[in-house]
Design a protein around this ligand. Structure first.
Ligand code: UD1
Length: 339
C-alpha cells in the first residue's frame, strides 16, 4: 500500500524538493505550510513537475490546538518529515525571540500531534550548527554537540534534545536527525527552488541575486581566517542530494520498525569550499562575473566546517552525487525564472 507522508514546510526550499522526489518514488504526500516564509507558487511548480495535485494544510504549527486538529483530521500518516522552521543564522542573532517562539513550539506541537496520532517515524531537519565551533573537522556524528553560536543553532540543539526526551517516554516514537551542512542549488527543471519571502542571507542565492542585478555587490565576510585563502570554508550540498537522503532515511526508519534508537546523520559532500572558491565556481560555470568586495567578518561565523558523511554512506547507502558546479548551475538557472 502507498505510504502517506506529512511534510511540514512542504513549500519551503528543502521541503519542496523532497516532496518532488517522494512523489516520484510513489509516496502519497500531504504538505503542511502556512506560507509565512514561502510561496503558494511552490505548489504549482510541484504540480507541473509531478503531474499531481498536492494537498496542503495551511496550519500555524505554533498553535497547538490548530495543529492537533489538522493532523488528527488528515491522519493516518506513516511518517512526518518536519522541515518548517526559520533558518537564518544572522536573522536569529538580531531577533532571538522570533526564533525561539517559532522554532521551538512548532517542533513540540508537531511531535505531540505525531505521538497522539500514533505516527512512529519522524524525520527532523537539523543542522551542522549543532556542533558549534568544532575542534576537529571533518565532523562526525560523534563530534560533541557544541555551544550554540546563534539562537538558530540553539533551537536545533534544543529540538534534538526534546525529541530525544520524547523518545524516552514513547519508545516507539522514532526521530531521525538529519544534520545538513550548507544546502544550495535547485531542481534541475528550475520549476522549484529557494524562494524565501524574507531576503536571503545565504551565500549561493546572494551570488545569484548580485549577478541578476537584484543586489549591488556581494560582501565576502572576512578574508583573514586561518583557511587556505582566508575566506570561510563550508560544505555546500545540493538540495536534490539532500532530498535523496531524506528518502533513504525515511525508508530505513520504515523498514526498521522495531528498532527504536534515534539515529543522526551528517549530510554534506565531505569537502570544504571557501567563499572565494564558490565565487569562482559560479563564474566558471555561468561565464558571468560576480561583483564582490571583502567585508567585515560576520558575528557567529566559524572559520571552517565540513562533514564526514561516512555514516550516511554506510547506513543509508547515500552518497552525494552533485558538485559545487552543479549547485551553481542549477541555482543560476532557477534565479532567472524564480517567482
Ligand atoms: C548556516 C549553518 C547551516 C544552516 C544554514 C542555514 C553553520 C556552521 N551553518 O550556514 O547549518 O543550514 O546556516 O541558513 O552554522 N557569506 C559571505 N557573504 C554573504 C553571505 C555568506 O561571505 O553575503 C559566507 C559566510 O561567511 C559563510 C558562507 O558564506 O562562510 C556561507 O554562509 P551562509 O550561506 O549564510 O550559511 P552558513 O552560515 O554557513
Amino acid at each position: 500500500m502507498q505510504k502517506k507522508i506529512l511534510v511540514t514546510g512542504g513549500c519551503g526550499f528543502i521541503g519542496s524538493h523532497t516532496i518532488a522526489l517522494l512523489i516520484e518514488k510513489g509516496y502519497d504526500v500531504v504538505s503542511l505550510d502556512n506560507f509565512s516564509n514561502s510561496h503558494k507558487e511552490a505548489l504549482k511548480g510541484l504540480e507541473k513537475l509531478t503531474g499531481r495535485t498536492i494537498a496542503n494544510l495551511e496550519v500555524n504549527l505554533c498553535d497547538r490546538l490548530e495543529t492537533m486538529k489538522a493532523i488528527t483530521e488528515a491522519a493516518p500518516f506513516d511518517a512526518v518529515i518536519h522541515f518548517a522552521a526559520y533558518k537564518s543564522v544572522g536573522e536569529s542573532m538580531a531577533k532571538p525571540f522570533m526564533y525561539y517562539q517559532n522554532n521551538i513550539p512548532s517542533v513540540i506541537n508537531i511531535a505531540e500531534a505525531a505521538v497522539r496520532n500514533g505516527i512512529q517515524h519522524f524525520i527532523f531537519s537539523s543542522s551542522c550548527t549543532v556542533y558549534g565551533d568544532a575542534e576537529v573537522i571533518p565532523v562526525t556524528e560523534n563530534t560533541p554537540i557544541g555551544n550554540a553560536l546563534s539562537p538558530y543553532g540553539l533551537t536545533k540543539i534544543t529540538a534534538e534534545a526534546q525529541l530525544t526526551d520524547v523518545n524516552k517516554r514513547y519508545k516507539w516514537f522514532k526521530p531521525t536527525f538529519l544534520r545538513y551542512f550548507n544546502p544550495a542549488g535547485a531542481h534541475e527543471s528550475a520549476l522549484i527552488g529557494e524562494a524565501s519571502r524574507r531576503p536571503s542571507t545565504n551565500l549561493v542565492p546572494i551570488i545569484c541575486e548580485v549577478v541578476a542585478g537584484k543586489r549591488e555587490k556581494l560582501a565576502v565576510f572576512g578574508d583573514d581566517y586561518q583557511t587556505r585563502d582566508g575566506s570561510c570554508i563550508r560544505d555546500y550540498v545540493h538540495v536534490m542530494d539532500l532530498a535523496e537522503a531524506h528518502i533513504s532515511a525515511l525508508e530505513l526508519s520504515l523498514i526498521q520498525e522495531s528498532k527504536t534508537d534515534i539515529e543522526s546523520f551528517n549530510l554534506g559532500i565531505g569537502e570544504g569550499v571557501s567563499v572565494l572558491e564558490a565565487i569562482s565556481a559560479f563564474e566558471q560555470v555561468t561565464g558571468k562575473k560576480v561583483n564582490y568586495a571583502i567585508g567585515e567578518k560576520r558575528p557567529g561565523d566559524v572559520a571552517a566546517i565540513f562533514a564526514d558523511y561516512s555514516k550516511a554512506a554506510k547506513v543509508l547507502n547515500w552518497k552525494p552525487k552533485r558538485t559545487i558546479e552543479d549547485i551553481m548551475e542549477t541555482a543560476w538557472k532557477w534565479e532567472q525564472v524564480r517567482w
